[in-house]
Ligand binder design. Structure first.
Ligand SMILES: Nc1ncnc2c1ncn2[C@@H]1O[C@H](COP(=O)(O)OP(=O)(O)OP(=O)(O)O)[C@@H](O)[C@H]1O
Ligand SMILES: [Mg+2]
Length: 361
C-alpha cells in the first residue's frame, strides 16, 4: 500500500527506486563492500534499504542506530550494538535451522562484548558457507556518539580483513554522516576507500504526480489535476509528506484542503521537534537564520542583515559556522545558483508563516 505511513518493507510496495535497487545489488554482486546511502529526512532511505534486504539471498541484518541512541538516553553503548548484532545474527542462524549449540560454538568470544571479534566470527562462518553478510546501519551518523569505539575504524578494519562482510550505511544528516566517515581526510581510517555512494533525490513534479495517482487508484479514490498541482506546489518532492497527504485523503476520508492543512499542522510539529535538539545551542540565532531563508533571503548578505535585525550583531565567522552546521544537518541547502534554501517544504512554510510562534520574536 503506497500510502502506508510505515517504512515500506518489500520491493513490491516501493514506488520506483529501480536504479537505486540495481545499484545496491550491483555493488554486492561485484563484491564492493561499502555502500553509503545519503538522503534528507522522509525521502525514503529506510524503505529502500528494508525492501532491498527483504529480497536478497544474502544474510542481512538491519540496525537502526537512531533507535539505539534514543533508547539508551542519547548514547551509543557498544554493548547495545554488540548485543543487537549477535541477537539478530543468531536469529538468522535459527531460521537457517542451526541449533543453539552450534550457534554458541561459532562465537569464540561469546559474552566478551567485542565487536571486532564478533564480526570476525560471523565472517568466518559466512566464508566457509560462501555466503555474504550484509550489515545495514541506518542513521549511522549517530554512531559518532559512541564513547569507546570509533566505528569508521571498525568499518575500515572490516573492509581490509573480513571478505564476507558488506556494509550499507545511510543517514539523513548528510553532512554529519560524511564528516563521520571522513573519506577525504588523509589521517582518517576510511581515507580514500572505495565506496559506492547513492544520493536519494527528491521526486520530480511528474514523479510526485504519478505517486499520488497510483496511490489514489490503489485505494479506489479520486484526485483531480488541480489538487495534484496544489499538492506538488506545496509538498511535492518529499515522498514522506506525499504519503501523509494520501493517507489522510484515503484512509481518513478527508477533503483535499483539510488533508493538506493537516499535513502542514502535523508535519511542522514533527519537523520542528526533529531539529529542536540540533539547534538548541544557539536557538535564537538559528531560528532567525532559518526564518530569513524561509522568507526568501537566499544570499549570505541578506541572511546576515535579517539575522542582525532579529538577534543583534553576529560576527561573520559566527554566521558561517551556523550556516555550515545547518547544511551539515541537511536543514538547509545551497541551490545551483548558490542561494540558500530550506530543504523541507513544510519547515519552509512554517518558518515563513506569520502564525508560527517562534521564540526569537
Ligand atoms: N519508494 C517509496 N514508495 C512508497 N512509499 C515510500 C517510498 N519511500 C518512502 N515511502 C514512504 O515515505 C515515508 C518516509 O519513508 P522512510 O521512512 O523510508 O524515509 P527515510 O528517508 O528513512 O526517513 P527518515 O529520515 O525520517 O528516517 C514513509 O511513510 C514511507 O512509507
Ligand atoms: Mg529512515
Amino acid at each position: 500500500m503506497l500510502f502506508d505511513l510505515n517504512p515500506k518493507e518489500n520491493v513490491s510496495e516501493l514506488f520506483d527506486r529501480k536504479n537505486e535497487l540495481e545499484e545496491l545489488s550491483g555493488a554486492i554482486e561485484r563484491g564492493e563492500k561499502l555502500t553509503v546511502v545519503y538522503g534528507v529526512r522522509r525521502i525514503g532511505k529506510t524503505s529502500l534499504l528494508r525492501s532491498f534486504i527483504s529480497e536478497k539471498k544474502s544474510l542481512s541484518i538491519f540496525l537502526d542506530i537512531r533507535q539505539i541512541y534514543y533508547i539508551h538516553k542519547r548514547t551509543i553503548p557498544s554493548e547495545a550494538v554488540y548485543e543487537q548484532i549477535l541477537r539478530e545474527f543468531t536469529d538468522l542462524m535459527g531460521i537457517l535451522g542451526i541449533g543453539a549449540e552450534e550457534q554458541t560454538s561459532v562465537f569464540s568470544a561469546y559474552g566478551e562484548n567485542n565487536i571486532t571479534n564478533l564480526l570476525s566470527d560471523i565472517n568466518k562462518w559466512c566464508s566457509t558457507r560462501k555466503v555474504k553478510f550484509l550489515l545495514v546501519l541506518d542513521e549511522a551518523q549517530y554512531l559518532r556518539h559512541s564513547r569507546k569505539i570509533s566505528y569508521d575504524g571498525v568499518i575500515a578494519w572490516s573492509l581490509d580483513n573480513l571478505k564476507s562482510i558488506f556494509f550499507i550505511v545511510s543517514g539523513s544528516e548528510v553532512g554529519v554522516l560524511k564528516e563521520m566517515l571522513d573519506f577525504e581526510n588523509t589521517k582518517a581510517p576510511l581515507y580514500g576507500r572505495f565506496r559506492n555512494e547513492i544520493l536519494l533525490k527528491k521526486l520530480s513534479n511528474e514523479e510526485s504526480s504519478e505517486f499520488l495517482l497510483r496511490g489514489f487508484k490503489e485505494q479506489s479514490h479520486k484526485i483531480s489535476d488541480v489538487e495534484i498541482n496544489q499538492v506538488n506546489g506545496k509538498i511535492g518532492g518529499l515522498i514522506g509528506w506525499l504519503t501523509y497527504y494520501g493517507h489522510y485523503r484515503t484512509a481518513n476520508n478527508m477533503a483535499h484542503n483539510d488533508a493538506l492543512n493537516k499535513v502542514f499542522s502535523e508535519g511542522s510539529k514533527i519537523a520542528m521537534s526533529e531539529i529542536e535538539n540540533l539547534i538548541k545551542k544557539s536557538k535564537k540565532r538559528y531560528l532567525a537564520i532559518m526564518t530569513g531563508i524561509a522568507k526568501g533571503m537566499g544570499s549570505w548578505a541578506d541572511i546576515k542583515a535579517y539575522t542582525i535585525t532579529k538577534t543583534g550583531k553576529i560576527p561573520d565567522s559566527g554566521l558561517d559556522m551556523l550556516l555550515s552546521s545547518l547544511i551539515k544537518f541537511s536543514i538547509i541547502e545551497k541551490d545551483s545558483s548558490g542561494s540558500y534554501k530550506i530543504v523541507d517544504p513544510i519547515l519552509r512554510e512554517y518558518l515563513s508563516s506569520p502564525s508560527s510562534k517562534l521564540s526569537h520574536r
